[in-house]
Design a protein around this ligand. Structure first.
Ligand SMILES: C[S@@+](CC[C@H](N)C(=O)[O-])C[C@H]1O[C@@H](n2cnc3c(N)ncnc32)[C@H](O)[C@@H]1O
Ligand SMILES: [Zn+2]
Ligand SMILES: [Zn+2]
Length: 424
């Protein structure tokens, strides 16, 4: 089942949402001093990222975060992707931006480190300045300083330091017990170094995962690590959207005024976050997010063809049925979902995923692809239009769902997703 997406034009500092209504916030603020985001073809008023000093930038981000915490449920998580910048007294130094893109919209000469007290060529340390204030002033628990390793970062021209290939992705929570389902985003274990260990480990929910040596690995795969290597995904915006304002939807020869966006998330980034830290459904009976449960069972049949022997545990210790068989395997699979209800039979409603700097709508698109309700907020009407297209375009949705691109629809033909029994 796909979910839904709503695109709202609004400010990340004052969201049109009720208190404690959102299950997960996943967002990426603008870099400081790099771009000029547009609205109606003009520099966007009230945008974050073009403050005169980095300190005002962090002040604004703290104000934003306070507002996100207002709308976040106590059991929710907040993921903030944030990049650093280098101090420079003369010209703007792009070297802090790991996407390396020189945007048409960037404004050379606008931001310098004069008066900041930070020496030229030094990193400002913006991600950590922000994170520490979240801990100290907002009382947040910083659960993880996740590193996004940008494997397709563009080359840089610097000659006296290493190239920037990472950004921070801070995971904050407000209380010690919060919703997490990391079992759903475990990764296949690498080559197993034990003899007789052959079966591939799978981590597909609902599918049994098979492993021989129960001491070394979790049968559903490895816990995702603190470094995520994720390549960028170029976003090709069709002319009817890119040239909607400048050329009434049909690109005129030589037009260079089209709408584009250089800072979209790759879909894999929000995909892991949404799958791992938001429930696939909220119970309408008790209001809790349903949590996956992993069931353990043994099989004496290495191929898993017939002999799944369930429930063979004595005081928590697995009991093997037949030690002379080909192999002794522990099988673990996600078998169901639980909440506070003794019998989780009440219907569920989708979890709500918010991106308050929604841009092209990647987070909302992924939330929709994973059966959640995505809300993408951006101050720019132009980017809201882009996000509106993206979250309703069947090709974009197919990409986010990791399914084949649907064939082109003929007039009057139903949606390909309808035929699959899912609504797009
Ligand atoms: C780094 S981009 C986010 C890109 C997004 N993650 C995506 O995948 O497309 C930052 C976005 O913040 C928006 N923005 C800047 N200031 C804002 C504000 N005060 N309130 C809401 N959105 C703002 C910009 O228009 C821009 O689209
Ligand atoms: Zn145009
Ligand atoms: Zn319940």
């Amino acid at each position: 089942m796909t979910g839904t997406a709503t695109i709202l034009r609004g400010d990340a500092r004052s969201l049109p949402l009720p208190d404690a209504s959102v299950d997960l916030v996943c967002t990426s603020p603008p870099y400081w001093g790099l771009r000029d985001y547009r609205d109606g073809g003009e520099s966007m008023a009230g945008q974050i990222g073009n403050e005169p000093t980095p300190w005002e930038y962090v002040d604004n981000l703290i104000d934003c975060t306070r507002e996100w915490l207002r709308v976040l449920k106590p059991t929710g998580s907040l993921f903030v992707n944030i990049a650093d910048a280098y101090a420079n007294t003369a010209t703007p130094e792009r070297e802090g931006s790991s996407d390396g893109a020189t945007s048409r919209a960037a404004r050379p000469g606008r931001r310098t480190s004069a008066g900041t007290g930070i020496r030229p060529k030094s990193l400002y340390g913006l991600p950590w300045r922000y994170a520490l204030r979240c801990i100290d002033e907002l009382g947040l628990i910083l659960r993880r300083d996740q590193i996004w390793h940008k494997i397709s970062a563009l080359p840089e021209s610097v000659k006296d330091r290493s190239a920037t290939r990472h950004e921070y992705l801070f995971h904050f929570v407000t209380q010690e017990r919060y919703y997490a389902a990391v079992d759903l985003i475990r990764q296949p274990s690498g080559a197993d170094h034990h003899r007789n260990v052959a079966p591939k480990v799978t981590h597909v929910p609902g599918q049994p995962a098979v492993l021989f040596d129960r001491s070394l690995h979790h049968p559903l795969g490895r816990l995702p690590g603190s470094v995520w290597a994720i390549a960028g995904e170029p976003l090709v915006v069709p002319d009817h959207i890119a040239h909607a304002r400048c050329c009434a939807g049909t690109a005129m020869p030589g037009c260079t005024d089209e709408l584009d966006h250089h800072a979209a998330f790759p879909t894999e980034l929000p995909r892991r976050i949404v799958a791992g830290w938001s429930p696939s459904g909220i119970c309408t009976g008790c209001g809790e997010g349903r949590r996956p449960v992993a069931d353990r069972a043994l099989t004496t049949d290495r191929g898993g063809r017939k002999a799944n022997v369930r429930g063979n545990f004595r005081e928590g210790v697995p009991v093997y049925e037949d030690s002379t068989s080909l192999g002794r395997e522990r099988v673990v699979s996600i078998t169901g979902y639980v909440c506070a209800c003794p019998e989780p039979s009440a219907p569920t409603r989708p979890a709500i995923i918010l991106d308050p700097f929604g841009g092209t709508g990647t987070t909302a698109l992924v939330a929709k692809a994973l059966g959640r309700h995505g809300i993408s907020v951006d101050r720019s009407a132009d980017y809201c239009r882009l996000a509106q297209w993206r979250t309703t375009d069947p090709d974009q949705l197919a990409k986010a769902m990791r399914v084949e691109k649907p064939p082109k629809q003929l007039d009057g033909q139903g949606s390909i997703f309808d035929e699959l029994g899912i609504s797009a």
